[in-house]
Write a new protein. Structure first.
Lengths: 343, 624
């Protein structure tokens, strides 16, 4: 894979960067959707994520990246059997997968199918895991998420909801865990996202091009430098990227100790009620995102300032369309935040 | 002729035939003619320069969009481009309806069966590595093809996840898109255009102006060697970025491309650092066609509200131009570039910019309803796994293709079970592929009729007649219709979307008139209904028949001022929903009320006095 542009060299776009860091800190938040203009560095930022993630513990030789410390139910069949037979699961450190779901992918590659090679050469049936298996415990990235084929969206939604992929093909029945964080990007001009898919994303970020000359020049300068000599450029930003990686790592450890006082919970509920978001997912995401943000900042309790900061990305895609209000959803969230918390 | 033509702005000030003729009229005519010729010559020179700059490094330029109808001028230009490209580089032509498998690569079935193991087939994009992809009829290219191309241009690789094959093939190529769009509706997908450095328009260059330029491939060779060492001084970079901002070119990719094109121009001219003329050339080729505003001397618009001016330690204002007095005085460099770019902005774009009519057109695709995939009718759009039945059609070839690799396995299985028969090809349920179809989504015309007293007094009967004629049209086009009436305290849904024209007629005929005009309620109801239609995958078109004079507010209380305010607010919401709409003015004499309303709604305005049935139906069709 060609080298990715380093995360720390991305100019401006603070909300997008923060959302990605939050998603990396607490995977249970459920992904990030980045929507915005062309040429704003959406894909660049997401592709840079892979280099930032601290390695995780996986079972050696497992095709599904099973977690050696997980309960039996969360393991794949192979690992569960090994454990049941009293065997020890070998552990190795592996990178967190960031799997690209290309637009032209066929269903069998996404959810997995029979292994063609062994069928042809040895005449045996063997399951070949698909992209969802590879993305287990990691990230699944869909560029141009709004252009994804409907039947693939259906398959994704089903798996994302159950955390488990079930394949019934050719008399083969396979069931394996597939918990992944969906990361999507797209351009709203190309079409809207189905509401069901939209709801799967924990955070949604709107990006636009920076309007000040300084940042624009900086973007062009850095990008040019990168393209002329990618290796040297990455080397130059290694330290800064390392710093962000350590920040994520620390935040992950710290996450469990961050307290969410009842007052904050109440505030979050008030905000969601005020905005009329559907379901409880909004509140849950808001709290989790605020907690991850506090952890990233090194704070011990979640306060109003954290809520305020993460409210737009956590809530803006959950608002009902209001016929009488022609303001954008971001404005509506900000207004509600202002009314509730004071400016 | 050198490939670096002087900027058109400079050309224009060339010697006119002023002192020859005594008659000022003839002189003026001759001058205008000379100017026109010079302009065309400058455009052709720019086109040739673009070809040379693209050929210098197709990968860095990403792509080049040539908007021109097929003809000798385009052929000549393409010929020129081909000469400049290194002969060793592959030039692959992508046909319009290329299948994803061929474009990206996938399983080579014949080789797979022959070899007894999966053999991957390289796609066209992988084969084009190091060369140029020629995209024919680019304005009609499918969205998915455009997306694949964009992804490959972005990541410089092709990622295939198809038919049991996973492959990542690095590929670097440039795209030449032959854009044969004849009108504004036919455009190359914006995703793709954004990844192209140069947008050319060869459309009104006459054949006799298109002289073959004398750029030799050797010069390109030398420039290619020089290119990696070309540097961009800080003030030039600033000029590039400032020009982009001034012209309202949002995408940062454009700035990046301009910088690269400037480097290429410098290399072509044998310079090691980017100079003024290189930046000008880049601005003409990259920014001018993308401009969304002209930095006019009139009151500065809403752009750049804050932003302290950058430190002005460099450059004094010796080149200050009298033409653009409102520009920041401390940036003469940017002004020169800007002027050069402005001169290259196509005339029609300039006119549109001046009218302010260039609203960000969000729906880049054509007019008749957005296409939608279903499994029943329309144009075939690939296949998917699934069972035939319920209207879905079996795709025989693809089913057999899917079954083919498994034959050996199945035969062995069958022999094991002792059920071996003389089945030639065993097809199982899992192999079934069904054809997917894409169709234009159904249009639903929503009639919103003002049935208030004032309207009834005027022309309700006539409006009813017009609607009936439109209904007949809808029948021909198999559209669905819905009807909303508003009068007295609020709006009422008379007829939910239906195809039954009889019901529509009946509900229309029974529509009583009288009462106030709750315009806001009417518009709100239309938006709500249209939203519902969109959610179900249809394309709504709203036809609002009113005189535009609201006198009942949203709460159903009378009062002209509040009512008008509410109506304006509703109109804005309507506009925000980006619905296609037509406002038919029912007042006896066209008045500004309905017209302003139409403007606020972003709708087409049509006064009924001129609206005989045919005109009305034509207008609806134009909107839909």
């Amino acid at each position: 894979m060609p080298a990715a542009f380093p995360f720390s060299a991305i100019v401006a776009q603070d909300e997008m960067k923060l959302a990605i860091l939050i998603a990396a800190t607490d995977q249970s938040i459920g992904g990030v959707l980045v929507f915005g203009d062309r040429g704003t560095g959406k894909s660049t930022a997401i592709r840079a994520l892979a280099a930032l993630l601290p390695p995780m513990r996986v079972v050696e030789g497992c095709a599904y990246n099973c977690d050696p410390d997980a309960a039996d139910a969360a393991l794949c069949d192979g690992c569960r059997q090994t454990r049941a037979q009293g065997g020890k699961l070998k552990v190795r450190k592996g990178p967190v997968p960031v799997v690209d779901l290309p637009l032209g992918a066929t269903e069998d590659r996404v959810i997995g199918a029979l292994d063609l090679e062994s069928a042809l050469t040895r005449g045996e049936k063997r399951f070949e895991p698909g992209l969802l298996a590879r993305a287990h415990r990691g990230f699944l990235y869909i560029d141009e998420a709004n252009l994804l084929e409907d039947h693939l969206v259906d398959a994704l939604l089903d798996v994302a909801a159950s955390g488990e992929n079930v394949v019934e093909r050719e008399g083969l029945s396979v069931r394996h865990p597939a918990r992944f964080v969906l990361v999507g990007s797209g351009n709203p001009e190309e079409g809207e996202l189905r509401p069901q898919l939209l709801d799967r994303f924990g955070l949604s970020v709107e990006v636009s091009t920076p309007q000040d000359l300084k940042s624009r020049m900086q973007v062009v300068r850095l990008r040019d430098e990168f393209e002329r000599a990618p290796a040297a450029f990455i080397d130059k930003h290694k330290r800064k990227d390392g710093k962000i990686r350590r920040q994520i790592l620390k935040a992950k450890e710290h996450l469990g100790q961050v307290e969410v006082p009842d007052a904050t919970l109440e505030r979050a509920s008030q905000l969601c009620m005020k905005l009329g978001t559907d379901g409880l997912r909004g509140e849950l995401t808001l709290i989790r995102a605020a907690r991850a943000y506090a952890a990233l900042e090194g704070d011990d309790t979640v306060e109003d300032k954290h809520l305020k900061h993460v409210a737009p990305p956590a809530l803006r895609h959950r608002l009902r369309r209001n016929v009488l209000d022609d303001a954008g959803s971001t404005t509506r969230v900000n207004r509600a935040v202002e009314e509730l918390f004071g400016a | 002729m050198s490939a670096t033509a002087p900027a058109p702005g400079q050309m224009r000030s060339g010697p006119p035939a002023a002192d020859l003729a005594a008659d000022p009229a003839i002189a003026a005519q001759a001058e205008a003619e000379a100017e026109r010729r010079a302009q065309i010559a400058a455009r052709w020179d720019d086109a040739c320069l673009a070809a040379a700059l693209f050929a210098l490094d197709p990968v860095a330029a990403g792509g080049l969009n040539v908007r021109a109808l097929p003809g000798p001028v385009r052929d000549l230009w393409l010929e020129f481009l081909r000469e400049l490209l290194p002969p060793a580089e592959p030039l692959r032509r992508v046909p319009l309806h290329i299948a994803d498998g061929r474009l990206l690569g996938g399983l080579d079935l014949a080789a797979t069966l022959h070899a007894g193991r999966p053999v991957a087939e390289r796609g066209l994009l992988a084969e084009a590595d190091g060369g140029v992809v020629l995209l024919a009829m680019a304005e009609r290219v499918a969205r998915s093809t455009a997306a694949h191309l964009s992804a490959a241009l972005d990541t410089r690789e092709v990622l295939v996840e198809r038919d049991g094959i996973t492959a990542r093939t690095p590929t670097r190529f440039g795209v030449v898109a032959l854009d044969e769009g004849a009108n504004d509706e036919e455009q190359v997908p914006t995703t793709l255009k954004d990844r192209f450095a140069i947008l050319l328009d060869l459309n009104d260059i006459p054949y006799n102006a298109a002289v073959p330029p004398a750029e030799d491939a050797g010069g390109i060779q030398r420039a290619r060697r020089r290119l990696p060492g070309v540097t961009v001084p800080e003030d030039m970079l600033e000029a590039i970025c400032a020009t982009a901002l001034a012209l309202g070119v949002e995408s940062l990719r454009a700035s990046l491309f301009a910088q690269r094109i400037a480097c290429a121009a410098a290399a072509l001219d044998g310079r090691d650092a980017v100079a003024m003329e290189d930046v000008s050339a880049a601005a003409r080729l990259v920014f001018a066609p993308r401009a969304t505003r002209i930095p006019m001397p009139d009151p500065p618009e809403d752009q750049q509200p804050e932003e302290p001016p950058p430190p002005d330690e460099h450059q004094d204002d010796e080149q200050q131009d009298d033409q653009t007095p409102e520009q920041d005085i401390d940036k003469p460099l940017e002004d020169v570039v800007l002027e050069s770019a402005q001169a290259a902005i196509p005339d029609n774009l300039l006119a549109m910019l001046k009218m302010g009519a260039l609203r960000t057109r969000s729906h880049s695709s054509g007019k008749s309803g957005a296409s939608q995939s279903g499994s029943l009718r329309g144009r075939p759009a690939g296949t998917r796994r699934g069972e035939p039945g319920a209207g879905a059609r079996l795709a025989v070839i693809d089913t057999l293709r899917a079954a083919a690799p498994w034959q050996r396995l199945r035969r062995a299985e069958r022999e094991q079970q002792g059920t071996g028969g003389d089945v030639l090809v065993e097809v199982r349920q899992d192999d079934f592929r069904i054809t997917r179809y894409k169709q234009r989504s159904e249009t639903t015309t929503i009639f919103v009729v003002d049935a208030s007293g004032s309207a009834a007094l005027h022309r309700l009967a006539e409006a009813k007649g017009a609607v009936e004629l439109l209904l007949a049209d809808c029948y021909v086009r198999r559209d669905r219709v819905a009807m909303v009436a508003f009068r007295g305290p609020g709006a009422e849904l008379l007829l939910p979307p239906t195809r039954s024209l009889v019901r529509a007629k009946r509900s229309l005929a029974g529509l009583p008139g009288g009462g106030g005009t709750p315009l806001a309620a009417g518009i709100d109801a239309a938006v709500e209904l249209a939203d519902g239609v969109q959610r179900r995958g249809g394309t709504p078109v709203v036809v609002l028949l009113t005189d535009g004079r609201a006198n009942v507010n949203r709460e159903g209380i009378g009062g002209r001022a509040q009512a008008a305010e509410d109506a304006q607010a509703s109109a804005r919401a309507f506009r925000a929903a980006e619905l296609k709409a037509l406002v038919v003015d029912m007042s006896p004499r066209p008045r500004p009320d309905a017209e302003t309303l139409a403007q606020a709604m972003g709708a087409v305005y049509l006064p009924l006095p001129h609206a005989d049935a045919a005109a009305l139906s034509g207008a609806v069709q134009a909107v839909a």
